[in-house]
Design a protein around this ligand. Structure first.
Ligand SMILES: [Zn+2]
Ligand SMILES: [Zn+2]
Length: 268
């Protein structure tokens, strides 16, 4: 594979194929770079320097445009008429130019290789650090996930326990509510029975008082005893007691009040 020369302007490095500008300091440039850098201006009054090595190109033949793909006629005539020594010297200088360009390209590629290797090493270190950081972060997140999972499981169990306690409390509340309703009904029934007994007692007491008043009025309304006959109080009281209506109430001690039957509350 034939090596192709490139423009010695490092910002250009275009592969040269047709024409190029060569200098006696063994550098070569594309025509565009030569024009932009002012190398092509052939004037005896101007001091032209090589952009690559800062060599002063004072002579008109120090920077010339050459054909890189010369015609057969050019190949025939370019060295024709010269002596063999001059021909060999020209060929030797041309080969030296080629060798210098090749070595410069090798040095440039080595420099490029070293620069890229250094960059690769730096990037590789950065990549390793990034991977290690990512792995550490991943491990940390994994541990956090396990911790959160354990906490979630604990909270779920606690929630289940609270739900069970809530159900038990709800059941107890229902039982207490039922017991309260039963007691409330018993109390209400007791109040009703008490009111009924009071009403009955009041009626009986009223009836007894009326019966007593009626009896007394009837006895005191009888004719008085015969004159000269002493009043027999004992027989009178016996007669009153024997004629008193037997209501079973026990006058004077109100046994009817103490014999009141306590209200019986059904437990079922
Ligand atoms: Zn160029
Ligand atoms: Zn130069």
């Amino acid at each position: 594979m034939e090596h192709t020369l490139t423009c010695n302007n490092l910002k250009c490095r275009t592969e040269l194929a047709e024409k190029a500008l060569v200098t006696t300091c063994s550098h070569i440039f594309c025509l565009e770079c030569a024009q932009q850098l002012g190398i092509t201006a052939q004037s005896s009054n101007r001091r032209i320097t090589c952009p690559a090595c800062r060599e002063v190109l004072s002579n008109p033949d120090d920077a010339v445009i050459t054909k890189l793909n010369p015609s057969e006629d050019y190949k025939t005539s370019v060295l024709s008429g010269l002596s063999p020594d001059v021909i060999m010297e020209c060929a030797g200088r041309a080969l030296s130019f080629w060798t210098y360009q090749t070595n410069q390209e090798i040095c440039y590629q080595r420099h490029l290789y070293k620069t890229l290797t250094d960059k690769y090493s730096v990037l590789n270190l950065q990549l390793d650090k990034t991977v290690n950081d990512a792995n550490a972060e991943l491990e940390s997140l994994h541990q956090k996930h396990e911790t959160l999972t354990a906490e979630c499981e604990g909270m779920r169990r606690r929630n289940e326990g609270l739900v069970q306690q809530y159900r038990d409390k709800t059941r107890q509340v229902l039982q207490l509510q039922e017991a309260y309703d039963k007691v409330k009904r018993k109390v209400e029934v007791g109040e009703i029975e008490k009111a009924a007994f009071n009403a009955v007692d009041s009626s009986i007491l009223h009836a007894a008082q009326q019966a007593t008043q009626t009896y007394d009025a009837h006895n005191y309304a009888r004719p008085q005893q015969q004159p000269g006959q002493a009043p027999d109080h004992a027989s009178t009281m016996n007669s009153r007691q024997s004629r008193a209506p037997n209501l079973g109430l026990g006058f004077g001690n109100r046994t009817w009040a103490t014999q009141r039957v306590s209200p019986r509350i059904g437990t079922t």
